[in-house]
Design a protein. Structure first.
Length: 254
C-alpha cells in the first residue's frame, strides 16, 4: 500500500530503498510489525529494474553450493570475503526457488524446467534469466507480494536527508516528501537498501537514482564504510552525444 505520513509518525521498521534488497526485507519483516518503505522516486525505479543479466544459483542437478563458491572465489582473484561467498552460495538456491514459487517468470526449457545458462567464470550452467529483463521481473514479483501486506506502507518520492541517531543507534530518519516538505519518522530499526553510487561518474549505465545516498547517510551517522572502489557498471554502452548511455547487451560483444 502507499500512504502519506504525518511528522513524527512511528513504525517498527524503516527501509530506505525499493529494489530487491529492500522489498525482500519488507516481506520478511511484515509479520513482525509495521514496515515503512521510503523510496526517492517511483517505487519501481531502482538498479533492480535495469538488471538485464540473470541470477546465479546452484539449482542444477550437476551443481552444488560448494562448486558455486569455488567458482566465485576463483573469479574474485583474492578479493572475495569467503564468509560472504559461502552465505551467498549456500542460501542462493533456497531464495531462487522461493522466487519461482512466487511466480517469477524465469525462462523455461523444453521440459518446463528453469533454463540455466552458462556465463563468465561459472563452470556449470546456473544462470536463470527472464528474457533480458531479469531484474525487472524479480522486482515485479516482489512488489506484487509486498503490496498485498497490510503492515507495509510505501512513501514515494521521499528524499531521505539524515538518520536520527540516539546513543549510537539509528532511531528514524528525516526526509523531504513529494511536496518538498520536511518530515520525520521514527522506528525501532532502520535498514539502508539504497543501491550504489554509479552516478559519481560522468559516463555510466547506472540509473539516475544511483547517487550513493545510503553510503553518505551511513557515513554521516558514524558508520564505517569500506570497499568504495567497487562500483558496478556495464562495460558496453551507446556512445552518442545526443543519447543516454544505455546498456548494450553482452550478446552484442560475443
Amino acid at each position: 500500500m502507499t500512504g502519506v505520513l504525518h511528522d513524527h509518525q512511528s513504525h517498527d521498521f524503516i527501509i530506505i530503498g525499493s529494489g530487491i534488497a529492500g522489498l525482500r526485507a519488507a516481506i520478511e519483516l511484515a509479520p513482525a510489525g509495521r514496515v515503512l518503505i521510503l523510496t526517492k522516486a517511483d517505487p519501481t525505479e531502482s538498479n533492480t529494474g535495469y538488471a538485464q543479466g540473470g541470477i546465479a544459483a546452484a539449482v542444477g542437478a550437476d551443481d552444488s553450493s560448494k562448486l558455486h563458491a569455488d567458482d566465485t572465489i576463483r573469479a574474485g582473484d583474492g578479493l572475495c570475503d569467503a564468509a560472504a561467498v559461502k552465505i551467498l552460495c549456500d542460501e542462493g538456491p533456497r531464495y531462487v526457488r522461493e522466487l519461482l514459487d512466487w511466480g517469477t517468470g524465469f525462462d523455461r526449457d523444453g521440459r518446463g524446467d528453469p533454463a540455466l545458462g552458462l556465463e563468465a567464470a561459472h563452470s556449470v550452467r546456473r544462470i536463470l534469466h527472464a528474457g533480458d529483463s531479469t531484474g525487472r521481473e524479480i522486482g515485479r514479483t516482489l512488489w506484487q507480494r509486498a503490496r498485498g501486506l497490510g503492515s507495509v506502507t510505501t512513501v514515494n518520492h521521499a528524499l531521505v536527508t539524515a538518520l536520527l541517531v540516539e546513543n549510537g543507534v539509528a532511531r528514524g530518519v528525516t526526509y523531504y516528501d513529494s511536496q518538498g516538505q520536511p518530515q520525520t519518522v521514527r522506528a525501532a530499526r532502520t535498514l539502508l537498501a539504497t543501491g550504489g553510487a554509479g552516478q559519481v561518474f560522468r559516463e555510466t549505465t547506472n540509473p539516475a537514482v544511483a547517487t550513493g545516498d545510503g553510503i553518505a547517510l551511513a557515513f554521516e551517522a558514524g558508520a564505517r564504510v569500506c570497499d568504495l572502489e567497487f562500483v558496478q557498471f556495464h562495460p558496453t554502452a551507446l556512445n552518442h552525444p545526443d543519447a543516454p548511455r544505455f546498456l548494450i547487451s553482452e550478446a552484442v560483444r560475443e
